[in-house]
Design a binder for this molecule. Structure first.
Ligand code: FAD
Length: 481
């Protein structure tokens, strides 16, 4: 009997590492549960060598490829909307080396974000980008999405920390950008690949910068009588060039959800909004930063300010913040997490607008966000079995995005474009810009088999604006028409 290509995949990676049929249901979406797709198989190579063989075989068969890490993405990026094969990094979990002198880690793409900091700790080092999903998401996924996190306010998002990558392209060719000198000559291909959302190939290995553990860390929460006051406090702190490492805001609905959940952190339920600020560095500079926060918080009417007394309390305050999306599961079964950027001078205005947009559509919206970066996450709790509610959620999401862009903000702070925001790329870029991006993509993947129907709209923006269906799977659900 002749082997079909799925059997050939089994020969390459072992039969247990090719998933098909009903067992693949868990892979049909990422954290954007509204968008689903079923591919022909999920394949889990062990390393670069197996990935090369897999990609060559899929190239021979002309099959679309969807790279996948942990599937925690929130924009449909790892969902096989066009079918094909999902190539996952779940078996690529090795930390090859930690170089304490060069402050560099060399890892496989499937290593979970927080595992790297755990491994680096005995060397007095940590990996700075800390998405709230860090206990699950992979470093390869972080590279693909150029992920952020609370402490990226000080340390910068993933792109600032990636020193090298190894990528297997759509044809199965290896692009080895590891171990390059600090300032290689030529084009910044590592910078190009970081944030490319799986469109250029499978990242199999990554080299990352590690940071020294700070001498001193202080964490405070400031309790505000209104969300407006908390936003204004942040805008003024930014204007005063505050040197905090993280500045986060949580609103009342989020605080209640967290306090009702296993992530309960002791946040005061009476707060309309809560500011969570951390400072790190030398003892003196940390104290100066915290003093400035205290001064500004009082000026903006903070009712209470509390400092974490020890490591355990600090960890609890952060567990509440990082568990906030999960805790929203207590409000409704599904959560739509928007990810937009507002100019930090207009935080109050845009947050208020998002709330109004949700209220007008009778939706439950919570706010928990990286306020220091102006990276807003208005998130809407809903039930995807309720078609009308889904329609209203998507409409609200679209209006919030448009409101941000109209006011000088941006489409994504850290979650990427994926499927969710593909048509909205036309709100930020014109056809010339997008054609240039397509040409770059085509240089690496001329047949456009890598993560198809993601990120870059496939029609001219004029058609998109005139109701461009059905090229966005979100469009089919009632978004931009
Ligand atoms: C509760 C929760 C909190 C979150 N908090 C944050 C946050 O604070 N900051 C933040 O930035 N994000 C956050 N996210 C979003 C998400 O966790 C990040 O985008 C993360 O980087 C995705 O990693 P992943 O391994 O799950 O990737 P996936 O979801 O599997 O994939 C994400 C994208 O990367 C591509 N990809 C994955 N692996 C590879 C690879 N090896 N090579 C090429 N392409 C690849 C996929 O095709 C897809 O386009 C959160 C998500 C959740 C559910």
């Amino acid at each position: 009997m002749t082997k079909n290509w799925i059997d050939e995949l089994r020969t390459i990676v072992g039969p247990r590492n090719v998933i098909t049929g009903s067992e693949s249901l868990a892979w049909e979406s990422d954290g954007l549960s509204l968008v689903r797709g079923m591919g022909q198989a999920i394949v889990l190579p062990l390393d670069t060598e197996e990935t090369v063989l897999v990609m060559k075989l899929l190239a021979r068969e002309g099959v679309p490829v969807v790279p996948r890490g942990a599937g925690t993405g929130l924009t449909g990026g790892a969902t096989p909307v066009e079918g094909g094969v999902t190539v996952g990094t779940a078996r690529m979990r090795e930390i090859f080396s930690i170089d304490p002198v060069g402050r560099l880690a060399h890892v496989q793409a499937g290593v979970v974000n927080s595992d790297l900091s755990v491994a680096a700790r005995p060397h007095g080092l940590f990996y700075a980008p800390d998405p709230s999903s860090q206990a699950a998401c992979t470093l390869g996924g972080n590279v693909a999405n150029n992920s952020g996190g609370p402490h990226c306010f000080m340390h910068g998002s993933t792109t600032r920390h990636v020193r090298g990558v190894k990528l297997v392209d759509a044809q199965g060719q290896v692009l080895d950008l590891l171990a390059s000198p600090a300032d290689p000559e030529g084009l910044d291909l590592v910078g190009l690949i970081t944030g490319s959302e799986g469109m250029f190939g499978m990242v199999t290995e990554v080299q990352l910068n590690l940071e020294p553990l700070p001498e001193e860390v202080q964490t405070i929460i400031a309790v505000f009588p209104s969300l407006d006051a908390a936003c204004d406090c942040v805008s003024e702190a930014i204007a005063a060039h505050i040197e905090a490492s993280a500045i986060e805001i949580l609103d009342k609905l989020t605080i209640a959800a967290v306090e009702d959940s296993i992530f309960a952190a002791g946040y005061p339920r009476e707060a309309e909004a809560l500011l969570l600020v951390e400072a790190e560095g030398g003892a003196l500079e940390v104290q100066e930063t915290i003093d400035l926060v205290l001064q500004l918080a009082k000026k903006h009417g903070a009712m209470e300010i509390r400092s974490a007394q020890d490591k355990a309390e600090r960890a609890r305050l952060w567990a509440g913040r990082k568990g906030a999306f999960g805790a929203m599961g207590r409000v409704a079964p599904d959560l739509y997490v928007a990810d937009v950027v507002a100019p930090r001078t207009r935080l109050r205005e845009i947050v208020a607008l998002a709330i109004k947009i949700a209220e007008e559509r009778n939706l439950r919206l919570g706010n928990v966000f990286h306020a220091g970066d102006g990276n807003l996450h208005p998130n809407i709790a809903y039930d995807r079995r309720d078609e009308d509610e889904v329609r209203r959620v998507l409409e609200a999401g679209q209006l919030i995005m448009e409101a941000c862009i109209e006011r000088g903000g941006s489409l994504t702070g850290e979650h990427g474009v994926g499927v969710e925001k593909m048509t909205h790329m036309c709100d930020l870029f014109d056809d010339d810009d997008l054609n240039t991006m397509h040409r770059v993509r085509d240089a690496l993947d001329p047949k456009r088999r890598m993560n198809p129907t993601k990120v870059l709209p496939l029609r001219a923006c004029r058609e998109v604006r005139n109701g461009g269906l059905p090229f966005s799977p979100m469009g089919n659900l009632g978004a931009k028409t």
